[in-house]
Design a protein around this ligand. Sequence first.
Ligand code: ADP
Ligand code: MG
Length: 266
Amino acid sequence: MSDPTRPPGPRIIAIANQKGGVGKTTTAINLAAALAEEGMSVLLVDIDPQGNASTGLGFEPAQREKTTYDLLIEDADLMDVIRPTQVEGLWICPATTDLSSADIELVANEKRSFLLYDALRQPAIDSFDFDYVLIDCPPSLSLLTVNAMVAAHSVLVPLQAEFYALEGLSQLMLTIREVRQAANRDLRIEGVLLTMYDSRNNLSHQVEADARTNLGGIVYQTVIPRNVRLSEAPSYAVPVLSYDTMSKGSLAYRALAQEMLAQRND
Ligand code: ADP
Ligand code: MG
């Protein structure tokens, strides 16, 4: 980074919403790829036991030697866990289902909320010189999501443009407030992202209007359209930007990356 006023180290962003199927993983993969395309060095940390971000980038469970589980529970070296992906500038810390037992295994560990924080501050991370770390959270407000929020500078909230979309937000905001009070005073909202937007559907317009009225400036100008290419890309184990580079989904995630970079430079 050439900007001398920018704090050293990567900007760490947790992608969180306790609802499943709202576009967290799709956003993690494709925003990470779009930032990498802009020349950023990006690490995607998969902290969801379902491991969808890992599979979507071509890391099958059998290939995942050391994983986020080892990083959090076994104190593994970041260097041994992080793997390059097919996308230049994009690295991954993959996850497997063994992470699903983490909540239980960590109950008695008094540092249980700070494990990812510590892992991402290992000195080894400096040698990668990451600009961004994106954390793909599970669909819950469990200890894993709390670890992501404690480790992060900010939270990016994907919001599916559908009825009831805003209802789950109060619980998420409450968790963010609790994390601020207990562990991470400076945790910010990076932005709220409308996903699976269908411009022919009145409901999408209504949800957007409600979100912009109620949440104000934290809602990104960029909205992610419903686009079948976005749902097809993971089966080819690549981001949509590689699978269909001029698709609506690709254009939208590129626009989001640019909006995010412009905000950071403000
Ligand atoms: P989450 O990680 O929040 O559970 P996903 O990103 O896995 O959500 O998305 C849920 C499903 O919706 C996946 O099958 C994904 O491919 C699909 N999907 C996500 N975003 C879009 C979109 N903008 N257009 C079409 N399908 C999408
Ligand atoms: Mg997911």
